[in-house]
Design a protein around this ligand. Structure first.
Ligand code: TXE
Length: 453
């Protein structure tokens, strides 16, 4: 096992060191998961529901601890981190309703009775990125467990601490040993072993499109289903008939939240040409008022970027571009980066690539058709917003934009009640919403003959 150091991105100081698991450790974890899953799936649905409710309660009791851990490990502002930890408990509570509601169908057939069952896959492998370590983990493990699976989960090396703690809390809540295991290690070793291990029967991956494609290719070798939540370059479309004041006030939250390290970040701002100048005038004070600073402070809107390397990659996007204005950021040892508003052309790198930092590219458009064309002028299709007071236009544009998660007059994307996921290069499959537990099952059809001679 090799050791690695976990860093506080707000101070660049080490927090702790952890051991990286190797292939043999993953194999041992999967063997434990296989054994635990048998007993879990054999429990009465109500007993699985109770166990998940108990897990949710223990997470609720530890919201503050988990939030403080995320502040240190990820630099998330404490208000956001509290929301994230609370969200994990809510997701667990929501899917604790699933074991007793995983209903199959009774299908009318001649000569007998036909029934479908939702059978768990067995062991599910979940690979999590560093941008929302707790919430993204829970979108996988809560419905997977509810459907009767065991879970092995690999957090990102940069941000493993809350996932490790959630694994401990699952045991404290009484979940069986081996049912939910957090395996810390590198993507190419631990993540890759989830892909190649024959007893991991489904993989959920959230991360870059490039790695997601290779994970899907590896899963295809074993005919393993895979859910992919990948990159984004989402458009925030502001029409001339919008409430411009509200739309401008919402922009910083839509793209600078979590320092832009958000797959749903509205990193392309498309503004109708007739209101373009006015909109930029409204936007400037909103960006200046966006408070970047100590994530432990309640008053902070945005913390640092996750690492020095990532800050370099984000900064490189500003080379040679037309920066309209920037917000502020602290100086000091953390990985700080002041938000930037860039005036761009559709072909510019800043308007095409996922920067994953607090940088928004502003582009003008002429009319509704032009807005739809520009919004769809990307390989990605995850999220997006449409600002208009015209109901017909809101319906037309939201149907025409090829994205999985859109909001009208809002920039919210994540509600655990509703499906979440991307089109095109943004992913495959959906998480959350009422059907997520079913996505962790295979349908079995059983025919009972009744008309025997
Ligand atoms: O992602 P990776 P990184 C984008 C974003 C970011 C860039 C790179 O633009 O700047 O990707 O981030 C594990 N087999 N997004 O390097 O490498 C890895 O250990 C199996 C957008 O962090 O895709 C981690 O746990 N697993 C995205 C997870 O995959 C592998 C969120 C993601 O890592 C693996 C994150 C392999 N071969 C990054 N290689 C979003 N839009 O939400 C790595 N991993």
């Amino acid at each position: 096992m090799s050791e690695f150091t976990v860093i506080d991105p707000a101070t660049a100081r080490p927090i702790t060191t952890l051991q990286r698991a190797e292939v043999a450790d993953v194999d041992a974890a999967v063997a434990r998961a296989v054994a635990a899953q048998r007993g879990w799936a054999a429990l009465a649905p109500g007993a699985r529901a109770d166990a998940l409710r108990a897990f949710a309660r223990v997470v609720e009791e530890h919201v503050e601890e988990l939030a403080q851990l995320e502040v240190r490990n990820s630099g998330h502002p404490v208000g956001s981190a509290r929301w994230e930890a609370g969200h994990v408990a809510q997701v667990l509570n929501y899917y604790s309703g699933a074991p007793e509601r995983l209903m199959g169908a009774q299908i009318p057939v001649p000569g007998g009775l036909d029934v479908t069952f939702h059978e768990p896959y067995g062991v599910v492998g979940i690979i999590v990125p560093w941008n929302f370590p707790m919430t993204i983990a829970s979108w996988g493990f809560a419905p997977a467990l509810a459907a009767g699976n065991a879970v092995v989960l690999k957090p990102a090396e940069l941000t493993p601490l809350t996932a490790v703690r959630l694994g401990e809390l699952a045991l404290e809540a009484g979940l069986p040993e081996g049912l939910f295991q957090v395996v810390v290690g590198s993507g190419t070793v631990v993540g890759q072993r989830f892909v190649s291990h024959p007893d991991v029967r489904k993989v959920v991956f959230t991360g870059s499109t490039e790695v997601g494609v290779s994970v899907a290719a590896g899963c295809a070798q074993l005919l393993k289903p895979v859910t992919l939540e990948l990159g984004g370059k989402s458009a925030n479309v502001v029409f001339e008939d919008a409430d411009l004041v509200a739309a401008a006030a919402a922009v910083p939250g839509s793209v600078f939240d979590n320092a832009g390290q958000d797959c749903c970040a509205r990193s392309r701002l498309l503004v109708q040409r007739s209101v373009y100048d006015r909109f930029l005038e409204l936007l400037e004070p909103a960006v200046r008022d966006w408070r970047v600073g100590d994530p432990a402070s309640e008053a902070t809107d945005m913390g640092p970027l996750i690492s020095a390397g990532h800050r370099d990659s984000v900064a490189a996007y500003l080379d040679g571009v037309d920066v309209a204005f920037r917000g502020s950021a602290p100086t000091g040892d953390g990985f700080w980066f002041a938000p930037a508003v860039v005036l761009a052309e559709p072909g510019d790198r800043v308007a095409r690539e996922e920067i994953f930092g607090p940088v928004v590219a502003v582009l003008p458009f002429d009319d509704e058709a032009d807005a739809i064309r520009l919004a769809n002028d990307t390989v990605y299709g995850l999220a997006g917003s449409i600002w208009t007071e015209n109901l017909g236009r809101a319906v037309r544009v939201s149907r025409a934009v090829k994205s999985g998660v859109l909001s009208v007059n809002s920039h919210s994307s994540v509600r655990y009640w509703t499906p979440f996921g991307g089109m095109k290069a943004s992913g495959l499959g959906r998480e959350l919403g009422p059907d997520a537990a079913e996505h962790f099952t295979e349908t079995k059809n059983v025919f009972f003959a009744t008309d025997r001679a």
